[in-house]
Design a binder for this molecule. Structure first.
Ligand SMILES: C[S@@+](CC[C@H](N)C(=O)[O-])C[C@H]1O[C@@H](n2cnc3c(N)ncnc32)[C@H](O)[C@@H]1O
Length: 249
């Protein structure tokens, strides 16, 4: 049996009771370690679960998944994912491969960055397309996050930007993300974003929740502390949304 288990966003204690019971019964446990991070270490998880954990990097999860599936044919295997396993990063390929190989799969959901942003106070159903800002060598060639922002703004919807990361050491900061968007603006000149645009920077949602709203030029200089980070650009707001966003200024 293969269990695909969401760990939530905070620390070892954010796993659900059902997730924890599954982990405790599994013979082998893998942790997907490249799409997000928790506020605790692999060792903290091991101590809490009383189980050894194997780190699965991008290569192992995407190319070497066959090994995990072969094991799941004869043992109970857990594949742990930070946040929710099917939110933001979909692990649908892994799920589909398992089903094709006739492995029985159980998915155990958890909180995701896509729901934790609700904490900011902008209505979740008033967000448009979510977009990512990737690490790139040449920002001038990067258009997608800017185009998505423009499209969302044109229909009055808020935009959530997920920021690239290469755990354990590289995490795009909110300052870097804002500078990238300003750089694209300086090339495209479509008046989508400026130093005075209202933005909301967030770090570690679902644990100690660092949230800061204000003009881009102010939020850019704010020290958000440890990763992970994301960025929101609100569009048209209801007065309750305005009051909530103002609270973080
Ligand atoms: C690809 S998504 C991973 C989604 C994960 N499966 C989930 O459901 O939350 C990872 C990105 O989301 C953002 N993110 C994830 N967790 C976060 C948190 N707790 N606080 C702020 N941003 C977060 C960061 O931009 C990070 O690079």
């Amino acid at each position: 049996m293969l269990y695909i288990i969401g760990l939530g966003l905070g620390n070892e204690k954010d796993i659900t009771v059902r997730g924890l019971e599954a982990v405790k019964n599994c013979d082998k446990i893998y942790l997907e370690s490249y799409t997000s991070i928790l506020q605790c270490s692999k060792e903290d998880l091991e101590t809490f679960y009383l189980k050894k954990i194997i780190l699965a990097d991008r290569n192992m999860s995407e190319q070497g998944f066959e090994t995990i599936l072969n094991e799941a044919k004869v043992k109970d295997v857990a594949f742990l994912v930070v946040g929710d396993p099917f939110s933001a990063t979909t692990h649908s390929t892994i799920y589909k491969e398992a089903i094709d190989e006739k492995v029985v799969v159980e998915v155990i959901n958890n909180a995701s960055i896509l729901t934790a942003v609700g904490r900011v106070g902008l209505e979740l159903y008033k967000y448009g397309k979510t977009t990512s800002i990737p690490f790139v060598d040449n920002v001038a060639n990067l258009e997608t996050p800017y185009n998505v922002l423009k499209e969302n703004q044109s229909i009055g919807l808020h935009t959530l930007f997920l920021l690239d990361l290469k755990p354990p050491s590289e995490f795009m900061t909110i300052k870097e993300a804002l500078e990238i968007l300003l750089k694209i603006e300086s090339v495209k000149l479509q008046e989508v974003i400026s130093a005075d645009t209202l933005v909301v920077g967030c770090a570690r949602l679902g644990s100690d929740n660092m949230i800061k709203s204000g003009k881009l030029k102010e939020v850019k200089e704010y020290d958000f502390g440890k990763a992970p980070f994301c960025l929101i650009i609100p569009a048209k707001m209801h007065f309750v949304e305005e009051e909530m966003v103002e609270m973080w200024s």
